[in-house]
Design a protein around this ligand. Structure first.
Ligand code: AMP
Ligand code: MN
Ligand code: MN
Ligand code: MN
Length: 286
């Protein structure tokens, strides 16, 4: 398979912090011309069989997926797993453990928001939650837009919920080594998600992330994503080559009203890179 393939290997459903059901995403991907699709909900594989069944019914080739929250040297980073077996017991147990602290964290976030004059945010966020084990900052963001505190969810993250702002609660996610191992041992390929999004405290911190990710068996990096500019995509294309990693492409679509980038509406992957789907040909479900 070639680099020029409309693959979209990163998006979210109501099973995590997206607003569309897995079936609706499959239909939208197909309508937008996606040729290879993966649903990658945060810390959860509960939507995988629905997504695969919907994709199969539409004749849309599918890779099982997940996006795991990781704490690496004090920073939250995301690792996408593609081509995993969603029924793998170790993976499921690891994910259950990773999402376990979310409710307590959400209650603390709500307490901080109440202290700055925004009451009822826990209950408010819950109205947007499709999966009770997966309360996300995104659900708080939707509530703060609903109540008129902010104009859109991006403003919420600028003013609240991020490091140093009210509503931010430090949280310890999975370790990088565990996340990569769960993915690999479930038959998948680990992909370092949207690398330009991380506020590394120093250039050596980013190099350490790439080296350790690779050392643990990580095999790919997201180069083309909805959260990269053209210049960032170019920078991480170079990093992929430097570190000998394959390259992935995914919109990170969450919602028609919120996401800048729709399913399948991405620039092409640089033809000189090894596309991650070349490593996953045997894992594609037709
Ligand atoms: P959580 O896993 O609960 O910490 O929430 C992380 C999610 O918040 C991400 O997956 C995004 O969907 C969303 N998010 C994080 N930062 C931003 C931002 N600056 N603008 C919009 N959404 C964001
Ligand atoms: Mn999200
Ligand atoms: Mn992410
Ligand atoms: Mn994502």
């Amino acid at each position: 398979m070639m680099a020029i393939l409309n693959a979209d290997l990163h998006c979210h459903s109501t099973v995590s912090d997206g607003t569309l059901e897995p079936e609706q995403l499959a239909a939208r991907a197909k309508a937008n011309g996606v040729e290879l699709w993966a649903l990658t909900d945060h810390d959860e594989v509960g939507g995988q069989h629905r997504a695969r069944a919907a994709a199969q019914a539409l004749g849309l080739p599918y890779l099982y997926g997940v996006e795991i929250s990781v704490t690496f040297a004090g920073l939250t980073v995301h690792v996408v797993g593609l081509g995993i077996d969603p029924d793998d017991a170790q993976l499921r147990q690891g994910l259950a453990h990773t999402r376990g602290g979310r409710e307590r964290r959400a209650r603390e976030m709500a307490e901080q928001l109440a202290a700055v004059g925004i009451p009822g945010a826990f209950e408010g966020a819950l109205k947007y939650v499709g999966n009770p084990e997966l309360i996300s900052r995104t659900h708080f963001a939707r509530y703060l837009v609903e109540t008129g505190v902010c104009q859109d969810t991006h403003e919420v993250f600028r003013r609240f919920l991020t490091e140093g702002k009210p509503g931010f609660v430090e949280h310890r996610w999975a370790s990088l080594g565990d996340a990569v191992r769960w993915i690999r041992e479930a038959g998948g390929v680990a992909v370092l998600a949207h690398p330009a999004r991380y506020a590394h405290p120093s250039p050596t911190h980013e190099a350490a992330l790439f080296e350790e990710f690779k050392g643990h068996g990580g095999q790919a990096v997201e180069v083309v994503t909805g959260s990269h500019s053209a210049a960032e995509a170019q920078r991480y294309a170079e990093m992929a080559r430097e570190y000998g990693l394959a390259a992935s492409r995914g919109s990170d679509f969450h919602s028609p009203g919120e996401s800048h980038c729709d399913l399948g509406a991405l620039p092409w992957l640089d033809g000189r890179l090894t596309p991650v789907w070349e490593l996953l040909a045997h894992r594609i479900v037709h």
